[in-house]
Write a protein that binds this ligand. Structure first.
Ligand SMILES: *Cc1c(COP(=O)(O)O)cnc(C)c1O
Ligand code: SF4
Length: 338
C-alpha cells in the first residue's frame, strides 16, 4: 500500500510554472472555441486568422470562461472579430499620442512627478481593445537595451517621485531582471514609489511567488500594484490567493478597468466587480472610457451612457468602491474625469 501511494505521488503533475503557463497559452481560435464547447458557427463575425494582432490567451484565463457561452465576458475580451477591420472615423493607431511623450527611449512622461517605463512589449494576453495594439516598438524606442538610458534620465530629473513599470506587462520580466531594475531605482534618491501596471496576478496567478513578494517588499520604494480586471468572473480562487499574498507583503493593490460594451457595461456587473475586488484586497482606481484605437470602436460606450452607469454605481456602493471614471486626453495634465 505504501509503495502504491508513493507511486501516486510521483505521477502527480507538478503545478505549471508561470513560464510554462505562458508557453502553453492558446493562439488558435478553433482550439479556444473547442475548449469551450463552442462551434465557430456560434460566432458569426469570427476572424479566425486575426493576422495583425493574433489571439493569445493563457489556459488559466480560459478556465474562468463559461463553457458554451458565446457572449462570455472574458471570451469577448480576447476573441478576434472581423468588425475590427472596419475603418471608423476618429479611431486611430496611437489614440493617446504616446509618441509625443517619449522622454527617453522606452520612457514616457506625461504627468507631473511620474514617468512610465515600457519594460517589454509582450503581454500574457492580447486584449482586443488594447490602446497599444498597433504599437511599433521602434517608434517609442523600446528595445531590450534601452533601460540604462531611461534610468539615467530618471536620475537626472529630481521632480520625479514615482516610476511606473508598464509595457506590455512588466511581470513578464523575470525576478533577476526586476531585481536589477529595482536596485537601480533604489539608488535614485528622489524616487519614493514604484508602481507596477500588470495583468499577471489574475492572468497567470503562479507568477506571484514568495520570492516576488519579498523582492517588492524589500525595496526602499513603496510598492504599488495596479491590476487590470474588467469583470468579477476574472477573480477566481487562485487569483484571490495570489492577490492576498501581495497584500500580506504590504503591497497596495489598485484596479483599473476599461468600460467595454458587451463585457461590463451595466451597473450590476460593475458593482459586483468592485465588491469582489475588495474581497480580494484591491481598491477600484480607474474606470477608463475606451481610448479610440483603430479596431475597437465596437466596444465603445457613449459618455452619456457611461455617466449614467457611474450614477447608478454611486447609488449602490460606498464611495470607496466607486472607481474614477476617466478618459485620457492627449496633452492633458492628468487622466481627465468625465
Ligand atoms: C496613465 C499614465 C500614468 C498614470 O497616471 P495616474 O493618474 O498617476 O494613474 C502615468 N504616465 C503615463 C504616461 C500614463 O499614460
Ligand atoms: S494586458 Fe494591457 S498592454 Fe497587454 S494587451 Fe491587454 S490592455 Fe494591452
Amino acid at each position: 500500500m505504501v509503495t502504491r501511494s508513493l507511486i501516486a505521488c510521483q505521477t502527480e503533475p507538478a503545478p505549471a510554472s508561470w513560464q510554462q503557463m505562458l508557453g502553453s497559452a492558446l493562439t488558435d481560435v478553433t482550439e479556444l472555441l473547442a475548449a469551450l464547447g463552442l462551434d465557430p458557427a456560434d460566432i458569426p463575425d469570427l476572424d479566425p486568422e486575426s493576422n495583425s494582432f493574433r489571439l493569445l490567451v493563457p489556459r488559466s484565463f480560459v478556465a474562468l470562461m463559461q463553457p458554451g457561452n458565446p457572449h462570455d465576458p472574458l471570451l469577448r475580451q480576447v476573441l478576434p472579430l472581423r468588425i475590427e477591420q472596419a475603418q471608423v472615423s476618429g479611431y486611430i493607431n496611437d489614440p493617446v499620442n504616446d509618441a509625443a511623450a517619449v522622454y527617453a527611449p522606452g520612457l514616457l512622461r506625461k504627468y507631473a512627478g511620474r514617468v512610465l517605463l515600457m519594460t517589454t512589449t509582450a503581454c500574457a494576453l492580447h486584449c482586443r481593445y488594447c490602446f497599444r495594439r498597433h504599437l511599433q516598438p521602434a517608434a517609442l524606442g523600446i528595445s531590450t537595451r534601452h533601460h540604462d538610458n531611461a534610468i539615467a534620465q530618471i536620475a537626472e530629473d529630481s521632480s520625479l517621485t514615482e516610476v511606473i513599470l508598464s509595457g506590455g506587462d512588466p511581470l513578464l520580466l523575470d525576478d533577476a531582471q526586476l531585481t536589477t531594475l529595482l536596485a537601480q531605482f533604489n539608488n535614485i534618491g528622489h524616487l519614493r514609489r514604484v508602481r507596477i501596471h500588470t495583468r499577471m496576478p489574475t492572468l497567470i496567478p503562479t507568477r506571484i511567488t514568495p520570492q516576488l513578494c519579498t523582492l517588492l517588499a524589500q525595496s526602499r520604494l513603496t510598492p504599488i500594484i495596479v491590476i487590470h480586471v474588467n469583470h468579477a468572473q476574472e477573480l477566481g480562487h487562485d487569483q484571490a490567493t495570489a492577490l492576498q499574498q501581495l497584500r500580506a507583503a504590504g503591497i497596495t493593490l489598485l484596479n483599473q478597468s476599461v468600460l467595454l460594451r458587451g463585457v461590463n457595461d451595466d451597473s450590476a456587473t460593475l458593482a459586483q466587480l468592485s465588491e469582489r475586488l475588495f474581497d480580494c484586497g484591491v481598491l477600484p482606481y480607474y474606470l477608463h472610457q475606451l481610448d479610440p484605437v483603430a479596431g475597437a470602436a465596437h466596444f465603445q460606450i457613449s459618455d452619456v451612457a457611461a455617466l449614467e452607469l457611474l450614477n447608478q454605481l454611486r447609488a449602490q456602493l460606498p464611495g470607496y468602491l466607486v472607481p474614477r471614471l476617466v478618459r485620457e486626453i492627449p496633452g492633458a495634465a492628468a487622466k481627465y474625469p468625465l
